[in-house]
Write a protein that binds this ligand. Structure first.
Ligand SMILES: [Zn+2]
Length: 246
């Protein structure tokens, strides 16, 4: 190859890079990437959340408590070895916007990103150090089909990146579709609690330390109903992690 050929090839490479960059900018103009917390345009190096939102997440800091409010929710109801929530959920705060994007706008990436952020803190603080499996609270099959995905599975995926424990979505099934049935379960424990969730493949859970993951915890009734089934299936330690606490 002579010098003029090398020059031409460099010029072509440069032109190609310019075209790619113009194309990326054009796609950015047509489909702007916005922050799931504040709707600001994302810079090239940002994904899902802008740096400002990431730094201003309304964290609970429950991981520093001896006993935190999420754990207290389950006292006398469910034998939980440890439970924690990452963010405070309040009306119109960034957590609400992020969870809305995650649940209803298909922004599953924000679930993964927040799951990773949460897990990084938990791991640093030595939480869930003997974890075997991660199970997201399942949606009923018709609801998942309507939404197209289970938002909690993406949070679980983010946690799994940090903990190196697998996410299992085929073990726990939701057999009752309506939310009201789950809420009712808290007050009428004998029958409804048993029937909202069901464990398949019991053998996968015996003696395992399992982390149950949900997007938001309010009364804890859903997690209680799911957790009871896991304990009945022989789980050794049951852990709970939620993206937010309302
Ligand atoms: Zn933002």
């Amino acid at each position: 190859m002579n010098l003029s050929n090398i020059g031409a090839s460099k010029l072509l490479q440069h032109l190609f890079a310019v075209v790619i960059s113009l194309f990326t900018d054009l796609v950015g103009l047509l489909y702007p990437r916005v922050c799931s917390g504040c709707n600001a345009h994302l810079r090239k190096q940002e994904e899902n959340l802008c740096l400002l939102c990431l730094h201003q997440l309304p964290k609970t800091y429950f991981w520093d408590y001896d006993v935190n409010p999420v754990e207290k929710l389950f006292w006398g109801r469910l034998n939980v070895s440890a439970a924690c929530a990452f963010l405070h959920f309040e009306e119109m705060n960034p957590t609400q916007r992020m969870i809305h994007r995650l649940k209803y706008d298909g922004k599953t990436g924000v679930g993964v990103a927040l799951g990773k952020e949460f897990a990084a803190v938990l791991k640093e603080k030595k939480w869930f150090s003997d974890l075997d499996l991660i199970i997201p609270v399942p949606l009923h099959v018709t609801k998942e089909a309507r939404r197209g995905y289970n938002q909690s599975a993406f949070v679980a995926e983010g946690i799994s990146h940090v903990y190196d424990a697998p996410v299992r979505t085929n073990i726990l099934k939701r057999t009752v579709a309506s939310e009201s049935q789950t809420r009712k379960a808290r007050f009428d424990r004998s029958e409804n609690v048993e029937s909202v969730f069901q464990v398949e493949y019991n053998g996968h859970l015996k003696g395992k330390n399992v982390l149950l993951v949900d997007d938001v915890v309010t009364t804890g009734a859903t997690l209680e109903a799911a957790g009871i089934q896991l304990i009945n299936a022989g789980v050794n330690k049951l852990y709970i992690a939620t993206l937010a606490v309302a």
